[in-house]
Design a protein around this ligand. Structure first.
Ligand code: HEM
Length: 410
């Protein structure tokens, strides 16, 4: 007997978002790229594709809302939030969410507009999970369920696939480093076994640098700026604008910062970074962020043991490995700052045809001016590389002290 498949409203939306949605975005992006501009108003084929994308997604989401049932399983709810968020982000990207210069008066926006059901569903899902009601980096990477080898993406552009997978691999490598470091406080820094997790962390951070290099060498900067990055920008859900997605929205990098002792949980600047990020990390990472702020930094533990008496062979070996791990963390992040953020966002794309009212300045996912974003990232880069900055809390003096204690010999 043939099994009857029950095709729910959620299944139908998921199928659309993996197929027609991707086709429409790809067609639009190819149109923008060929014209060398953003949105390219006045092209009837592109206008039609934008209208179809906005209306079809809105209709399918409205059916989920009308069903009145959201998945009971938290993972499925998170996945659905990502899919609804993809549609909302695409509407912002194509200027159909009503957030243009006139506020909520565009085709998608305004209360009672076609996006109202999507906003309501996103808010409900976000509230049920304790996260921001939008798609975030995790939906593209570690919570992106592949179906028959196909990831959930906005377009079929090779550069988007490359960007998403290599970012995801870098996040996995950061997670591997965090998992390795997490076991050390309980075993103690002079433990003969602690060298193994420290070597793992060093190798994982070397992988992060390798993935960053791969992006710098292979990602097409024009494609990235014109056709990929715009999907990451901030967008509205109901009356609130939520900042965009970026590959930093996971806990592992902060666990590494805090466990190593390169960043401090009582530094007001760093507290701001953590608080801002919390709603954008996946639900499972929120507990990891909370645990990281109370963990004792390894740097403090090494200094404490090394200053107490003669430095034994295990403590020495582990401390040298620890210093390597700190260097690897600083190097991977400095590469992100100087070879990814700056060249991919700061340098102008190929001369764009300027279209009145349509060209947008450099897009930061957070929606903040690029200079402000670069300043925050530069400060994080200095903390991670233990570079001294006047008036800021950095680990340089403590790392130097540890080196001195090691140099003093047993
Ligand atoms: C072309 C590649 C990349 C570009 C252009 C880029 C750009 C950016 C920008 C602009 C931000 C600030 C967020 C905002 O827009 O407001 C950011 C944040 C961040 N990115 Fe990237 N990024 C890239 C790849 C990566 C990769 C591969 C990783 C590794 C997982 C990564 C990790 C981070 C982290 C951790 C943050 C958050 C700030 C922090 O805690 O340091 N990025 N990135």
């Amino acid at each position: 007997m043939r099994r009857q498949s029950v095709d729910s409203a959620v299944d139908r939306f998921d199928r659309w978002v993996r197929n027609e949605f991707v086709d429409l975005n790809t067609r639009l992006e190819e149109g923008y790229f060929e014209a060398g501009g953003d949105l390219v108003p006045g092209r009837p084929d592109l206008e039609e594709a934008r209208r179809t994308l906005t209306a079809d997604g809105a209709r399918l989401i409205a059916r989920i809302a009308a069903d009145g049932r959201v998945p009971a399983d938290a993972h499925e709810r998170y996945r659905l939030l990502g899919a609804v968020g993809f549609h909302l982000a695409a509407c912002r990207r194509h200027g159909t969410d009503g957030a243009g210069p006139g506020g909520g008066s565009g085709p998608g926006g305004g209360s009672g507009g076609p996006l109202t059901a999507a906003w309501s569903l996103a808010n409900l899902l976000g509230a049920s999970l304790g996260v921001a009601p939008r798609y975030v980096f995790a939906h593209q990477s570690l919570h992106n369920l592949s179906v028959r080898g196909a990831l959930h993406t906005f377009t079929r552009l090779d550069d988007e696939h490359l960007f998403v997978t290599v970012n995801g691999l870098a996040a996995l490598a950061y997670r591997r480093a965090a998992e390795a470091l997490r076991v050390i406080p309980a075993m103690g820094v002079s433990n003969p076994m602690a060298g193994y997790p420290l070597e793992n962390a060093r190798s994982a951070l070397g992988d992060v640098l390798g993935f960053n290099r791969r992006l710098a060498e292979t990602l097409d900067a024009d494609r990235f700026r014109l056709n990929i990055r715009p999907y990451f920008q901030s967008h509205r859900v109901g009356g609130t604008e939520y900042r965009g997605a970026n590959a930093g929205d996971f806990a592992a990098i902060n666990e590494i910062d805090l466990l190593l002792g390169l960043c401090r949980a009582d530094d007001p600047f760093y507290q701001g970074v953590l608080a801002e990020k919390r709603p954008y990390v996946p639900p499972g990472d929120q507990a990891a962020l909370s645990a990281a702020v109370t963990a004792r930094p390894l740097l403090d533990a090494f200094l404490h043991e090394a200053s107490e008496g003669p430095v034994g062979p295990w403590l020495r070996r582990n401390a040298e490995l620890f210093l390597d791990v700190c260097r690897a963390h600083g190097a991977a992040y400095a590469f992100h700052h100087h070879r990814l953020v700056r060249p991919f966002l700061e340098e102008p794309a190929r001369p764009a045809r300027h279209l009145p009212g349509e060209s947008r300045g450099p897009v930061t996912a957070g929606g903040s001016p690029l200079d402000a974003v670069i300043a925050v990232l530069g400060r994080l880069s200095d903390l991670r590389a233990a570079r001294t900055r006047p008036g800021t809390a950095g680990a340089r003096a403590h790392l130097d002290r540890l080196r001195e204690l090691l140099a003093a010999g047993p």
